[in-house]
Design a binder for this molecule. Sequence first.
Ligand code: PMP
Ligand code: GLN
Length: 413
Amino acid sequence: LPSRYKGTKESVWTEYIQMALDYKPLNLGQGFPDYPPPKYIMDALAKASNQSDYMLHQYTRGFGHPRLVAAIAKLYSKLIGREINAKTEVITTIGAYEALFSTIMGHTEVGDEVIIIEPFYDCYEPMVRYAGGIPKFVPLRLKEVSGRLPTSADWVLDKDELESAFNEKTKSIIINTPNNPLGKVFTEAELTHIANLCKKWNALCISDEVYEWIVYKPNKHIRIATLPGMWERTITIGSAGKTFNVTGWKMGWAYCPANLMKNLQMIHQNTVYTGVTPIQEATAIGFEIEVERLDSDECFFNQLPKELESKRDYMANMLVNAGMKPTIPEGGYFMLADWTPLESKIDLSGEKDMQKDYKFTKWMTKSIGLQGIPPSAFYGESHKNLGENFVRYCFIKKDENLQKANDILLKWK
Ligand code: PMP
Ligand code: GLN
């Protein structure tokens, strides 16, 4: 590898998806639904590829298919409470990954510092390094709780620790709400604190909101771009994969003021140039349907968290019964659980990894046929110990498969 990519290792996804293929465990690892997406979105894709408009099989506008950027601008204008310009303030990308990449590459100067809150979606760190930036990690820390299970709200930033991460070299902070892997939904007070520091240090806020619709009551998703003085400095990222249960579409977007968007456009035009036309057409159809019924129970965005809440509760119970200590997520479709109460019952000496959550998850895949993800992958090198006592499980799975996971755990126990 060229020296600027020094230190790049196989990611947790590369390793664990291969392991799932090799050992065929019940897969609660990678985040994707194992059941069909809503019918109207599959119909939308069929329509986008079958209809007589054969131009939908050709290149579309580079910064975003016109019908889709119009739909995205309409939706977020409503949600943000300001007019978003479809041409200059929205870009569509190959998944949220490319939106993150174009944002980070387009807004990081060599030597800039980028603050990343741990645990974080793992690609943030290599993207910042590839751009020549210096990641500065600030962890969420689990408070002591007694007499009940912890929730993701019990994982909090230390105010002083966060404040001391900012300085004149800070270019940006990356936040992720609802957070993967924790499920934490940042509160207005927490976001305001972050916003005030961004304003004080003239930093950008890169807000990964791919799970924006998956929030469990009474929690509320707050878009940091709506806080006072934040529209000007925020780039918000979304994903159709999470919005419509179609992770294989690799359809993402970002919205922000035109002057900030310029930098994303420059990276995008010379790396991928343009996105997949029929996928964008289908996503546009999906948004056009939903934007008309946002306040109704019929809206898929309102149905999704309801459907997932019972799966979340089932999983929490299952993990408690297996002897683990889950953190109940306020959003998203992942759950962290402390597995160390089981440590004395298992022999991890066959696994050679540095981190014990890697040992535990590999042992579990091979020995009892259940796959989870090791959360230390979501921490910077010096904080990996903060993730080691945990395992991440995904619960956007058929009830039948969650029951199978339950059976596997009970049988083993
Ligand atoms: N951000 C977060 C927090 C994620 O969990 C994911 C996972 N898919 C992504 C970004 C990337 O999304 P996409 O699949 O749309 O590239
Ligand atoms: N975002 C998903 C997860 O966290 C998928 C990750 C991936 O395949 N890169 O599981």
